[in-house]
Design a protein around this ligand. Structure first.
Ligand SMILES: Nc1ncnc2c1ncn2[C@@H]1O[C@H](COP(=O)(O)OP(=O)(O)OP(=O)(O)O)[C@@H](O)[C@H]1O
Length: 317
């Protein structure tokens, strides 16, 4: 298991927001899973991955909106096809795409429906959120711009202070001021300490600012769940060069792929290799004792780490 990776075996029972064992969803031409995964409670987990990797499908699985094989539990309740035992009331959700059947409602009308459905509903909280997002209360949802509608839907989804908040690309369409308000409100939501946020995103800055954990998805599979701070701290790209000037270029990258911590290695010039490592100290020690000098060592961005994991995932298929 990679450094900083959070696995099923490291979770204390009862401390997880989501637990999946062999959970799978099958569409025409797409399979999510089977996934074995636990997502910790009381934390923020960002789901990242290329378009079509299954982020929305995973959120839909957790909401029982997609029929699921295997075992899945949310907030300690096993998901079953026939009963949700009040689970929906404990969750807030904003989907990636709005529901057309709500187009004729204003935000306040949608809120009125939600207030009857959710025991934890607070009009005070709803109004504060609407003010904070500067959301429109009068316009029909169907006549709103994408960002306007998103702000209203976020306010409705958060007004019952759900134990678990599932957001699918929450900042899609938001202007910079609304985006900042959203980050502030999500931070405030988490401040209580017993709330869990899971969100899908393509925005690196959101991951940096909000997430405790990062879940990488690709082609319906989970490439790993990592503690964010350790992920950014640990992963590095190294440039190394053979000290003896030996050629054997292809061999160098191939051999270095076997070195400790190495997640990827490519030729980058005569006798020079570019190595991606999640245990750079061990990788460096190996390189130094095997005829290489270290030219540089740099932290990796989220996109670079994801590209490396995706390449590795594709190679292992
Ligand atoms: N209702 C559906 N019926 C059939 N296929 C679907 C359905 N919903 C999603 N898919 C397919 O499932 C795959 C995963 O889609 P999903 O929306 O989960 O990806 P995503 O990671 O959220 O993508 P994006 O970043 O573009 O939002 C895609 O190939 C998509 O075409």
């Amino acid at each position: 298991m990679s450094l900083g990776m959070y696995g099923l075996e490291r979770t204390e029972s009862g401390n997880e927001a989501v637990s999946l064992k062999g959970a799978a969803v099958r569409h025409d031409g797409f399979a999510l899973g089977p996934l074995d995964l636990t997502v910790p409670a009381g934390m923020v987990t960002a789901i990242v991955g290329p378009n079509g990797s299954g982020k929305s499908t995973l959120l839909r699985l957790l909401l029982r909106l997609a029929p699921c094989e295997g075992e899945a539990a949310v907030l300690g309740q096993r998901l079953s096809p026939d009963s949700d035992e009040g689970l929906r009331e404990r969750i807030g959700f904003v989907s990636e795409l709005p529901h057309a059947y709500e187009n004729h409602l204003t935000a306040d009308e949608k809120a009125r429906f939600a207030s009857k459905w959710y025991p934890g509903w607070s009009w005070e909280r709803y109004e504060r959120l609407m003010r904070s997002f500067d959301a429109d209360r009068v316009k029909k949802l169907g006549k709103m711009s994408k960002g306007m509608r998103r702000k209203a839907e976020l306010a409705v989804a958060m007004a019952h202070d759900p134990e678990l908040l599932l957001l699918d690309e929450p900042s899609s369409g938001l202007d910079p001021s609304a985006w900042k308000a959203l980050l502030d409100e999500l931070t405030r939501y988490m401040d209580r300490g017993d709330r869990t946020l899971i969100f899908a995103t393509h925005i690196t800055e959101e991951v940096r600012r909000l997430a405790d954990y990062v879940l990488f998805m690709h082609r319906g599979r989970c490439l790993g769940l990592y503690e964010k701070d350790r992920l950014f701290e640990a992963w590095r790209v190294l440039a190394v060069q053979r000290t003896d000037g030996a050629a054997g270029k292809e061999d160098a990258a191939r051999l270095l792929k076997q070195a400790p911590g190495v997640q990827g290695a490519q030729e980058a010039g005569p006798g020079i290799c570019r190595i991606e490592s999640d245990a750079p100290e061990e990788t460096e020690a190996y390189c130094l004792s095997n005829g290489y000098r270290i030219l540089s060592s740099q932290r990796m961005e989220l996109e670079e780490i994801m590209a490396c994991l995706v390449r590795k995932g594709d190679a292992g298929r």
